[in-house]
Design a binder for this molecule. Structure first.
Ligand code: SF4
Length: 552
């Protein structure tokens, strides 16, 4: 760990004495707390960049801070602690981070008690360089030690010196940390962290380390905890979910000896077994997962998906390129033919499956012929939607050093052609849904509930976004039923229209089921998971307030 003297920092106020501290790191400060005013909980805000992993990590950061006595800052209010959970994958991620940190510098100057922490992939990559570029930052922590955040904040405050702690390997499976979930009805559940692949465009293995799998009992226990609190849907999360079983770790053994990971025998059927076990959890209505790797996709997973009623008919499987030559250069070990064969088998077993993907255009060395091969596979795959990326150099990745970088203008032109093709396919596939009955888990934050349409939104079982309306103006009963629908409830509706990125269901609802998730959402209750032992606290914890992929 690196500790920089506070005197190095820009703000002269920072050498002023710290106010009384109400935690339990040292006996001295605990004594101060005994004679101080009743503790006022400090507020926090977590700003998240990047993929679902980071979104879920931010839930853990929130849970850790709340377990330590911090309170979530009200919307639009200045927080006492601002945490940046960063991403190193996106283009210009570092410029954006340092720009945002600069915006906070004047505030830090005027309020030295305010603290700024930087974690996540960019912190893991830049380490103490974060403090060289933004010396007003208080804490820098890595992807392997997010559980240290409350301790580091307290240490920075107590010692009046910036704290940098970057662990080289996972110290504790992050799911054992407390998490304050964002959604009352859907939850992320990590099944693994890290990745054993070495895709040449990806920085993830360098920053998140080798794959470590969580034991099935721990995963199922966390799902049960979520379901007990009303959650209806879980998404199993990993960089490469169908490699699950490659290196199970018992948390205690992991802490003692990370080398134990590789000594556990691989269980190749572990992911399919996990899906089937999810099917036996009462009250769990929807199971999703992201993302599988085509190279490791096995038929037992397809069978488990087809046989397990609560596993949703949806598959997100990154293709990246349809050219075998480019896949080889990307170090992705499947080929276009294998990819298409998997899709055929999925559609044979689950005819209504919505299949989505990730695509990169303009990888180094990509010729017009290679690009045409991508268009061909996209046309044959008939994805319901695709996340499309223009290749750009990511420092620290092998591809950034490869010859044959494709000029930006060429990348943009190919990208436009790919978008046009995929939009047409998405629209055709969505038009084929018109007239069907869909079951929707009503969502918040994805809606178009505006004055003009009064629509709400939900996700169909296959993952499609559906905006549904209150029915015709001359159907007062239907409109009244619509008024009682809440995020977290289940409705059924008939699809009446389609666009490339969503469906419309503007008729009267066919059904509405009030759920415990809907109750929880309406009451502002958010699920909590994990345990928080030994976290230094400030004051008493308050009640919980109401509130694309990895590098592929
Ligand atoms: S793109 Fe995904 S599978 Fe490939 S190295 Fe990165 S995290 Fe692993």
């Amino acid at each position: 760990m690196l500790t920089l003297p506070r005197e190095r920092l820009m703000c002269p106020e920072l050498i002023n004495p710290a106010p009384p501290y109400h935690g339990a790191v040292t006996s001295t400060v605990t004594q101060q707390a005994a004679s101080a005013q009743p503790p006022v909980a400090r507020t926090y805000q977590v700003r998240t960049y990047g993929c679902q992993m980071n979104v879920h990590d931010s839930e853990r950061l929130s849970g850790l801070l709340e377990a330590a006595g911090y309170r979530r800052a009200a919307e639009g209010a200045d927080a006492d602690v601002v945490v940046f959970n960063t991403c190193a994958v996106r283009e210009n991620a570092d410029n954006k981070l340092y720009g945002n940190l600069s915006h906070l510098a004047p505030r830090k100057q005027s309020d030295p008690q305010m603290q700024i922490a930087v974690g996540g992939c960019l912190a893991q990559k830049d380490r103490d360089a974060v403090l060289r570029r933004a010396p007003w930052v208080d804490v820098v922590f890595g992807t392997h030690n997010i559980g240290a955040l409350p301790t580091l904040l307290e240490r920075a405050r107590h010692n009046r010196s910036a704290q940098v702690e970057i662990a080289e390997a996972l110290q504790e499976f992050p799911s054992t940390l407390p998490a304050a979930r964002e959604s009352a009805y859907a939850g992320w559940v990590s099944i693994s962290v890290g990745c054993n692949n070495t895709c040449t465009f990806c920085i993830v293995p360098a920053l998140r380390g080798k794959e470590v799998d969580r034991r099935p009992g721990d995963i199922l226990g966390e799902i049960q905890t979520l379901v007990d609190q009303g959650v209806l849907e879980v998404t199993l999360l990993g960089q490469n979910v169908n490699a699950y079983g490659v290196s199970f770790a018992a948390d205690e053994r992991l802490r003692e000896d990370p080398a134990m990971w590789s000594e556990m025998p691989r269980d190749r059927g572990a992911f399919a077994k996990l899906l089937r076990a999810c099917g036996r959890i009462d009250g769990l209505e929807r199971v999703r997962f992201t993302s599988p790797h085509p190279a490791e996709f096995t038929d037992d997973v397809i069978e488990a998906m087809a046989d397990t009623p609560n596993v949703c008919p949806a598959l997100h499987m990154p293709l990246q390129s349809g050219s075998d030559r480019i896949l080889r250069a990307m170090r992705r070990s499947y080929r276009a033919e294998k990819y298409l064969a998997i899709i055929d088998r999925v559609r044979a077993a689950i005819p209504d499956a919505a299949i989505t993907t990730d695509l990169i255009v303009g990888f180094p060395g990509e010729t017009e012929e290679d690009f045409q091969a991508t268009l061909d596979v996209v046309a044959a795959s008939r994805f319901s939607s695709a996340f499309t990326f223009q290749y750009s150099k990511r420092p620290g990745t092998p591809a950034a050093e490869m010859p044959g970088q494709v000029p930006k203008a060429v990348v943009s032109e190919r990208y436009q052609r790919l978008i046009e093709l995929q939009e047409k396919i998405s629209l055709d596939e969505n038009l084929a849904q018109v007239g069907r009955t869909v079951e929707l888990l009503v969502a918040t934050g994805e809606g178009r509930k505006d004055a003009a349409t009064a629509r709400m939104s939900g996700r169909a079982r296959d993952g499609r976004l559906v905006h549904f309306g209150p029915g015709a103006a001359d159907e007062p009963l239907a409109r009244r039923a619509f008024d009682h629908v809440r995020p977290g409830d289940i409705v059924t509706a008939t699809v009446t229209g389609a666009a490339p990125h969503h469906l419309i269901a503007d008729g009267a609802l066919l059904g509405h089921r009030r759920t415990r998730a809907g109750d929880a959402h309406a009451e502002g209750r958010r699920p909590r998971t994990g345990v928080g032992l030994g976290i230094p606290g400030i004051g008493a914890p308050d009640p919980v307030p109401a509130t694309s992929g990895c590098a592929r």
